[in-house]
Design a protein around this ligand. Structure first.
Ligand code: FAD
Ligand code: SF4
Length: 479
């Protein structure tokens, strides 16, 4: 065992410095600073190098965390980078936005023993940010391109990870996406203060420089059918994510100034990217000076409340029907939101939206928690006669997302989906019921996490490669 490790008793836990609340709530830049080299080394040296590393077990990518922490502690950063990127296509993205408290760090043994987890995510980000700075991150050089091609629908993390893995094996890859920029929710959903856009843009540029073809503003179902693409490519991956916003089904929900979360976040992200956004520029989707109420308690709701703070809303309130302990959003993001001035109204749910044409107030009803339902979570129950009025001139609905009706949208009624509308795949091969058509990411799992999308994209690449090899061998036998 290296002398440099197991320092968790003597060295306390430190995350990279957070910018002051005063400064960070006035701009959209990321809120955490960078580790300096010595700090990254020191924090990595706290790892206890467990025989069975629970951090690795609970990382969806099974990243070889103890080994890259050891290499960082020893100052062998380039080796740490090579190891880290061998299991993760976007380590610097995961290091920034994984809910580490529920994944790797939440299962760190020294966290369990009360010493405070190794700051795995921050070290992962540091290693890859340094690799970019030093020029160690290089485009793929394909020695001998194969004659088979794969069409990927969706340039989010699942599609991008799959594309990269297949390109490494020499396949010709085309990614089709209905947005004007690649990145999926990394570019238009997740705000800059969690993930600055240059981090995503340099990744997609790397893939372009690796010979992957991107066709943007191309909507499958409108610009081509799924069948058209099947005829053009030897295999297809569907990685289109989930975008149908869930509604708040109460009286008054058709009043003006009530918006789905993605409309609000996309407008804000586009402004950050320098785009002209009519509905933002005319004030409709800008929350400046408004009394904002966000309904929901997940990561999307946290992104909305914190975006509204940065747009200088007059007040920002978050309504959530369970209590703080039962919020689905990352605990870290909830506490960042509280620090930045968001007011949380736990155990509260909208009963009605009030106003003549535009929303003027929300009638809120108080809730209490009852017995657990079939999922094990305690069910919120309405407290009778507890209603009160909350003034608001902008409401944002952040209650999650469902899949769009893909068989209809793709003009492919024979594509089999589950009762929730997610695409059904064979769990071993990741193939849909259509031969040579695979699926990955949120469109299979339902709304999930970036790290799971990457994992699915990598798994799909391995299965697609098997499928293409078998077609090739059959052709060779027949020839
Ligand atoms: C506001 C918000 C915040 C989030 N924050 C976090 C976080 O902090 N940490 C985390 O891990 N996860 C977070 N997530 C979840 C994460 O972003 C998703 O799980 C992940 O992006 C899913 O990846 P994907 O590739 O499956 O789909 P997406 O990222 O949704 O990408 C799908 C792509 O498919 C394209 N597409 C869709 N339909 C078509 C079509 N018909 N033709 C062509 N292209 C099409 C879309 O344009 C898009 O580019 C957040 C999600 C949201 C909404
Ligand atoms: S990918 Fe996410 S879960 Fe895995 S080590 Fe990195 S931060 Fe932790």
């Amino acid at each position: 065992m290296s002398e440099k490790m197991l320092k968790f008793v003597g060295i306390g836990q430190q995350t990279p410095p957070k910018r002051s609340i005063e400064k960070r709530s006035k701009d959209f830049n990321e809120i955490y600073g960078e580790f300096i080299n010595n700090k990254a080394k020191e924090q990595s040296s706290r790892c206890s190098q467990c025989g069975v590393p629970f951090c690795q077990v609970h990382c969806p990518l099974h990243n070889n965390i103890p080994d890259w922490l050891k290499l960082t502690a020893e100052g062998r950063l380039q080796d740490a980078y090579e190891l880290s990127q061998s299991t993760n296509n976007m380590p610097e993205v995961c290091g920034r936005i994984c809910p580490q408290d529920r994944l790797c760090e939440g299962n760190c043994v020294i966290e369990q023993s009360g010493h405070g987890t190794v700051t795995i995510g921050s070290v992962e980000k540091y290693i890859t940010d340094t690799a970019w700075e030093k020029g160690w991150v290089k485009p793929i050089k394909v020695k001998k391109q194969k004659n088979q091609s794969v069409g990927i629908i969706g340039a989010g993390p699942a599609g991008l990870a799959c594309a990269e893995e297949l390109r490494k094996s020499g396949y010709q890859i085309t990614i089709y996406d209905r947005y004007d920029r690649p990145g999926g929710l990394l570019i238009y959903g997740i705000p800059n203060f969690k993930l600055e856009k240059f981090v995503v843009e340099r990744r997609t540029k790397l893939l372009k420089d690796s010979g992957i073809k991107f066709i943007q503003n191309f909507e499958v179902g409108k610009d081509a059918s799924l069948q058209d693409l099947r005829e053009k490519h030897d295999a297809i991956l569907i990685a289109t994510g989930v975008y149908k916003a869930r509604n708040v089904d109460v009286e008054g929900n058709n009043l003006k100034n009530i918006f789905p979360a993605m409309d609000f976040l996309t407008a804000s992200n586009r402004k950050g990217l320098g785009d002209k956004v009519k509905l933002f520029d005319d004030g409709t989707l800008n929350s400046e000076n408004k009394k904002v109420v966000v309904v929901g308690g997940g990561d999307t709701a946290m992104d909305c409340v914190r975006t509204a703070i940065r747009q200088k809303a007059a007040s920002v309130k978050c309504l959530y029907r369970r209590d703080k302990e039962n919020m689905p959003g990352s605990a870290r993001e909830v506490s960042n939101a509280i620090e930045e001035g968001v007011e949380f109204l736990w155990l509260s749910s909208p009963n009605k939206f009030l106003g003549s044409s535009k929303v003027e107030a929300v009638e809120v009803q108080k809730m209490k928690l009852g017995d657990p339902d079939f999922t094990g979570r305690r069910k919120p129950i309405i407290i009778e006669n507890s209603n009160y009025k909350l003034e608001s001139d902008m409401v944002i609905k952040a209650l999650g997302f469902d899949p769009e009706d893909l068989p209809k949208l793709f003009n492919s009624e024979n594509l089999v989906v589950s009762k929730w509308g997610t695409i059904k795949i064979d769990l071993h091969t990741m193939e849909t019921n259509l031969k040579g058509v695979f699926a990955a990411g949120d469109i299979v799992r339902g709304a999930s996490l970036v790290v799971w999308a990457i994992r699915d994209g990598r798994d799909a690449a391995a299965q697609i490669e098997k499928h293409l090899n078998s077609i090739q061998s059959k052709k060779e036998v027949a020839a």
